[in-house]
Write a protein that binds this ligand. Structure first.
Ligand code: 13P
Length: 255
């Protein structure tokens, strides 16, 4: 059984003070939540990681903590970058890798994502590997080719032992922040395809253990129908994760 995961990707939103209020609000909303049944992770900007780590520790919150990127080197003259040991020292559990915004705006490549997957595991943090097609790729029936290339690239020379614990997020780019969601059936079809690629890359056991999330305009209103699909193991939530009640409602929609 794969444990469902709802991860909030806060992108470049919230100061550390706002982040603190959001996490406290979320804790209030989820006071009765069974975190063993559905895992909840928040991925704030780097500037809020320390604040939230402190809150999680002092108030014994059961949220996981995620970062949105990492550099592959452990230290050095890389102005503006953050290393994996720095994140690990803040008790970061997850790192989002290869988000389409990083690929499109910051030139992230499949090779780069692959290197970061290995660096995350070398520092005992779980990668959340993102993939997804553009609207033009979807319209020209290239969705499968695109996500297959991204998945095979990200997992190149990653051992089955590490792959089985790695999280994948399928985020069709046209659905991100657009209010357009993939239908539950379309999301299920592509995610089942991704699981098939992982099965081919590894084996059935590994592919069946891996959690694959859907991302792209997930809201409280559509969460239940998406999350009830057999291959969808949770959500990577952007805009709707910036409001405590809305994110909590998504978590509660997962059965
Ligand atoms: P939205 O939920 O705002 O569409 O963003 C999805 C996303 O990019 C999460 O990583």
């Amino acid at each position: 059984m794969r444990k469902p995961l709802i991860a909030g990707n806060w992108k470049m939103y919230k100061t550390h003070l706002e982040a603190m209020r959001l996490v406290q609000g979320l804790a209030h909303e989820l006071a009765e939540h069974d975190f063993d049944a559905v895992e909840v992770v928040v991925c704030p900007p780097f500037t809020s990681l320390r604040t939230i780590q402190t809150l999680i520790d002092s108030d014994r919150y059961s949220f996981g903590l995620g970062a949105q990127n990492v550099h592959v080197e452990k230290e050095g003259a890389f102005t503006g970058e953050i290393s994996a040991p720095m994140l690990k020292a803040l008790d970061v559990d997850y790192v989002i890798l290869g988000h389409s915004e990083r690929r499109e705006l910051f030139g992230e490549t499949d090779e780069g994502v692959n290197a970061k997957v290995k660096v995350c595991w070398a520092n005992d943090m779980t990668p959340i590997v993102c993939c997804g097609e553009t609207e033009a790729e979807r319209e020209t029936a290239q969705t499968e080719t695109k996500v297959e290339r991204q998945i095979r690239g990200a997992f190149k020379n990653v051992t089955p032992e590490l792959a089985r614990k790695t999280v994948v997020a399928y985020e069709p780019i046209w659905a991100i922040g657009s209010g357009k969601t993939a239908t539950p059936q379309d999301a299920q079809t592509t995610i089942a395809f991704i699981r098939g690629v992982l099965e081919d890359e590894y084996d059935t056991g590994v592919a069946q253990e891996m959690r694959i999330l859907y991302g792209g305009s997930v809201k409280s209103g559509n969460a239940a129908s998406l999350m009830s699909q057999p291959d969808i193991d949770g959500g990577l939530v952007g805009g709707a994760s910036l409001e405590a009640a809305e994110l909590a409602a998504i978590v509660k929609a997962v059965k």
